[in-house]
Design a protein around this ligand. Structure first.
Ligand SMILES: Cc1cc2nc3c(=O)[nH]c(=O)nc-3n(C[C@H](O)[C@H](O)[C@H](O)COP(=O)(O)OP(=O)(O)OC[C@H]3O[C@@H](n4cnc5c(N)ncnc54)[C@H](O)[C@@H]3O)c2cc1C
Ligand code: FES
Length: 425
């Protein structure tokens, strides 16, 4: 063989090899793309189905529309999820049997409860949000609710109204009024970055939905879950999390116990002692870019979210949600408003006009102080329950609303008046 023929042969072989690599790369990209995009694969790992009844599922398509207003659901199953029996999952199926809309993992449901008065008076209507805690399914939703006690050292205060009602009175077969999934805290469908989930206590629920979705899709990305609780008694869905870790090599589970009990085994039940902090994240994560999703109690959010920013994580890669201050008023001091001149707030349907003096934290609180009934759920701008039409004037927000606000409306729970204001209440 001449040198020229030999050179042509070698070049041809190299070209063939390069083409082969390119084709393989393209094929892997396609597989990955399909894994990320397809709504529901046929194969369902047993861990992803833990606790879900095996009825044939109606087809789920992205075309299934969210419903307007309330829809009736029936509780199919209740499961206690922690050693202290303070977190209970409720599996909910729509009574109309129609397929459920596809939601974004991380979103929540809004419930309207009519809580009977033990003294025989009129029931109290209460609106509350609960995160969907499992991957999207066409036939069933799941929420996991923590029983909220009275604040420490305040036995005179009633315990949390809705969470205790769920635990004590919502049994299998109970019917519930539920608004469609919503919320802007959810898995970023566009991103392909590795994912870091950081959960404190019951803040695990939306992150569990993200985690179960990624596991179910066999998403090839690396995922870290940092989960902080006091000890094993508070450890939600321990067996499920460990089974996900054991069956998904790309999942790195870091459980932190702040106050481990004598029976809690380091290295087995938990990996780190103490609360989750930025040093732990920096030690455990490799160098590189990640999408961070954070949900936990206020103390965790107030330290970790700014610490992530300060350590150089871009804002677009930090996603967080706080479960908000629930339905209480008067627990924090008044906020300062940007209003320098006194302004008047008129509630047109109630015929009341009140001078705004900043002793109220929000317009919601001002209305409630006047005995004006307003729906509220999250009291943090997330659920949209307190949305009210503005007849005239303008409001200022204390934070960016998370719920979608209709034109000419405002969310009373995070708004203060910017000018004289008339509200359709
Ligand atoms: C988007 C979102 C998602 C959420 N997801 C979940 C979830 O997945 N799981 C979950 O468990 N929760 C979740 N929550 C929180 C949930 O919505 C409720 O806020 C929580 O269950 C408490 O509601 P409650 O009615 O039981 O308590 P509330 O009645 O609102 O009371 C809250 C606390 O205030 C105390 N209190 C009552 N009256 C007074 C008073 N007069 N003075 C001082 N203190 C008082 C109570 O004892 C209790 O400690 C979520 C919240 C949001 C906004
Ligand atoms: S109460 Fe949820 S947005 Fe105002």
């Amino acid at each position: 063989m001449s040198t020229t023929t030999f050179a042509i042969l070698i070049s041809g072989l190299i070209l063939l090899q390069v083409a082969g690599f390119a084709a393989f790369g393209f094929y892997r990209q396609q597989i990955r793309y399909r894994a990320l995009e397809r709504p529901e694969p046929d194969f369902v790992p047993p861990s992803a189905l833990a606790g879900v009844t095996a009825s044939p599922a109606p087809a789920m398509t992205t075309k299934t529309a969210a419903w307007p207003g309330d829809r009736e659901f029936v509780v199919q199953r209740r499961v206690i999820e922690d050693g202290n029996a303070s977190v209970c999952s409720f599996y909910l199926a729509p009574t109309d049997g129609a397929p459920l809309p596809l939601y974004q993992p991380g979103q929540y449901l809004t419930f309207r409860l009519e809580i009977p008065d033990p003294a025989g008076g009129a029931p109290t209507s209460v609106v509350r949000c609960y995160s969907l805690s499992d991957r999207p399914r066409a036939d069933m939703y799941r929420v996991s609710i923590k029983r909220v006690p009275a604040p420490p050292g305040k036995p005179e205060v009633p315990p949390g109204i809705a969470s205790n009602y769920f635990h004590d009175h919502i049994q299998e077969g109970a019917r519930l009024s539920v608004r469609a999934p919503s919320g802007h805290f959810h898995l970023d469908a566009e991103s392909e970055l590795p994912i870091v989930l950081i959960a404190g206590g019951i803040g695990l629920t939306p992150l569990l939905s993200i985690l179960n979705t990624l596991a179910h899709r066999a998403d090839p990305r690396e995922v870290w879950l940092f989960y902080g609780v006091r000890n094993r008694g508070e450890h939600i869905m321990k067996a499920h999390l460990e089974s996900l870790r054991d069956t998904h090599p790309e999942l790195h589970l870091h459980v932190c116990y702040a106050e481990p009990s004598a029976a809690d085994r380091p290295g087995i039940d938990y990996q780190h002692q103490g609360w989750i902090d930025i040093r732990l994240l920096q030690k455990a994560l490799h160098f590189g870019r990640y999408d961070f999703y954070v949900c936990g109690p206020p103390a965790m959010m107030e330290t970790l979210v700014p610490a992530l920013s300060e350590s150089g994580v871009a804002d677009e890669n930090i996603h967080y949600e706080s479960f908000g201050p629930a339905s209480l008023t008067k627990r924090r001091g008044p906020v300062s408003t940007t209003v320098s001149d006194p302004v008047a707030v008129r509630f047109s349907q109630s015929g009341k006009t009140i001078q705004w003096d900043a002793t109220s934290e929000s317009l919601l609180e001002l209305a409630e102080d006047q005995g004006i009934r307003v729906d509220s759920g999250c009291r943090a701008g997330s659920c949209g329950s307190c949305q009210t039409r503005i007849e005239s004037g303008e409001v200022t927000y204390q934070q960016t609303p998370d719920a979608d606000v209709k034109p000419g409306h405002c969310l009373l729970c995070i708004a203060t008046p910017a000018t004289d204001l008339t509200l359709a209440l």
